[in-house]
Design a protein around this ligand. Structure first.
Ligand code: GLU
Length: 305
């Protein structure tokens, strides 16, 4: 029995790509006879209760229901703090005083072959007195995990064999808030999630998360990274350009059931039975039929055809 989830950030309306990912997460979990949970990743400053209710209403309009209560990261800060304390006690962390600019300007030398934008390890070997001096000078720090130089490999259920080289990434931000890569691991473990289905824009974060699972002694989940949705211009549909929310496509004339029908076709289910529902799609979903190529959504073509 698997437990899957959809974990949106309630920082705006869900767009058609998010809705497709949610449907796929439901289909992957329920087609395997598993549970499907929803978690609101609301640690960011743009997150709001209004966005959360709008997102839940849109999911409900497509019949994407969930098991158990909606979990909110903002109510789980103690869990993240406890995990960070465990990593600090294991001597796997260090405070970092570098600004973003200092990091971009630093020459990446010590570990070689780190991905662009990787942290070069500037603060990794400061003495305690130097740490105190910088803290007094800068007044704040992030907390990083010692991971540089490690390579983590895994098998993505859709994308195949993956591998990523790690840097010392952030566990706790300047403002004391747990970083995504820490919170997501603590939550997935705590909620018993063993199947993570999400957009392939997060593929590159997965080696970091698997590493955090490992150092905390957790069993990492299996991963399915699904392609994002493109607009007719070939660009990824995102919040910033062409939101393509349910409200927007509805105003253009596409009712939620029609959206669900299109999404169903996009995930390989064409011979649609009536009545159409997200759960009936899960019953007929065949992971082997899911294309690895992005799906293009052209709203104007859909409303005029
Ligand atoms: N909250 C993230 C997002 O909305 C997704 C995190 C995840 O699925 O691991 O992009």
């Amino acid at each position: 029995m698997v437990t899957g989830r959809f974990a949106p950030s309630p920082s705006g309306p869900l767009h058609i790509g998010n809705l497709r990912t949610a449907l796929l997460a439901l289909c992957f979990a329920r087609s395997a006879g598993g549970d499907f949970l929803i978690r609101m990743e609301d640690l960011t400053t743009e997150a709001s209760a209004d966005h959360e209710s709008a997102q839940l209403a849109d999911l409900a309009a497509l019949g994407i229901d969930h098991d158990g209560d909606v979990v909110r990261q903002s109510e789980r800060r103690d869990l993240y703090a406890a995990a960070i304390t465990r990593l600090e006690d294991a001597d796997l962390t260090y405070p970092c005083f570098c600004s973003r600019r200092e990091i971009t300007e630093a020459v990446i030398a010590p570990h070689g072959e780190l991905p662009e934008g990787a942290y070069p390890g500037t603060c990794s070997h400061l003495s305690t007195s130097e740490q105190q001096r910088r803290m007094a000078q800068r007044g704040r720090s992030t907390l990083r995990i010692r991971a540089a130089g490690r390579t983590v490999s895994f098998e993505d259920q859709l994308c195949g064999a993956q591998s990523g080289r790690l840097d010392d990434f952030v566990l706790r931000r300047w403002d004391g808030i747990a970083a995504y890569n820490l919170a997501v691991v603590v939550d997935d473990h705590d909620q018993g999630i063993d199947q993570v289905t999400r957009g392939d824009d997060l593929l590159a974060t997965t080696p970091r998360q698997i590493f955090v699972h490992q150092v905390l002694g957790f069993e990492p989940p299996t991963y399915v990274h699904v392609p994002l949705v493109l607009g007719p211009d070939g660009r990824r549909i995102a919040k910033r350009h062409g939101p393509r929310s349910l409200a927007e496509v509805g105003a253009a004339g596409l009712a939620p059931l029609e959206v669900l029908r299109l999404l169903a076709e996009s995930i390989g289910i064409t011979d649609l039975a009536e009545p159409l529902s997200a759960n009936s799609l899960a019953d007929r979903f065949d992971p082997g039929e899911l294309s690895r190529s992005p799906w293009t959504f052209d709203l104007s073509a859909e409303v005029t055809s």
